[in-house]
Write a new protein. Sequence first.
Lengths: 200, 200
Amino acid sequence: MAEGSGRRRGRPGYDLESLLQVAAKLFYERGYDGTSMDELARRLGITKAAIYHHVSGKEDLLRMSVDRALDGLFAVATEAEQMPGAAIDKLEHLVRGSVRVLCTRLPFVTLLLRVRGNTEVERAVLGRRRAFDRIVAKLVAQAEADGDLRPDVDPAMTARLLFGMVNSLIEWYQPRRASDDRALADAIAKVAFDGIRVPR
Amino acid sequence: MAEGSGRRRGRPGYDLESLLQVAAKLFYERGYDGTSMDELARRLGITKAAIYHHVSGKEDLLRMSVDRALDGLFAVATEAEQMPGAAIDKLEHLVRGSVRVLCTRLPFVTLLLRVRGNTEVERAVLGRRRAFDRIVAKLVAQAEADGDLRPDVDPAMTARLLFGMVNSLIEWYQPRRASDDRALADAIAKVAFDGIRVPR
């Protein structure tokens, strides 16, 4: 959506994507509240005017940055909901796709996971994040109703632990080849769905 | 260890534990680098002198706070290493015990997991954290050598995902009754070791 807004005009220096990556990193490190446009301009080594060439302000930067993450996650969620098959298979598709989004949009997902609701734009972000969590919760509940998920763990907790494991990627993931990302998604799906223990 | 250092003299106002909890929360929110003793005094509503009654300075506050977390985790790791039985059972003991430490020392573990190595005291903290991770990695490698862990996921990744799930608690855990914490440790152990899927 941001690319379609006519703001990306190929100005020399930073393009919109690089600008958003640096902004996301700074918001993550300092907090959105604690980061000024002056600081961002200093970090980028450009003028504030050059930033305003791309975006209307700090809120715009936050919204565009987390939308990079959220749009990716919602695209995967829509795929999962629309695919044929059992809820547990849709859930596995969602987990694998989410790992892919984390790997390819790491700074944006990292920022998304650190947003707290101190300002209106942050609260809007949290609202979208909760909407994604509701899709996960619905699939988990359906899979449990189908008898495909262990009944001895509360579905809300199952959903939290599943995405707790997925999201923990941001702590240690190092961008690598796309084929490695696929192997990572496989490993996470195996561990999450079938556990680390060899059944005896 | 801090309690034994003679600094806790029952002065009215904040005791050492409450002081450390507030400091841990502030360091977490603002970053250790970005937090001054002045700010901490303001947040506590006491004078800096009252803080220096308990601790020698900011480094002392960080070290004591994360030691609350690390001492708990190392105590559990030592228990796990010394118990009789297979490595996989020791690993499960370590996971359950770590959940208990997270639940009972939440602000300190939260801070520990956010420490970056910008200063010498932070780097020392990361060193202790890595020593804990090595204990986990050793138990995972032993359990895999015993044939008790799935061989199709790299042991280093197994260790990361396992504690990724455990540590994700800090995002949503709300302190409750101790019996609920035990149920939580059970749920996490089940999900981590045996997966969320019902075998067919």
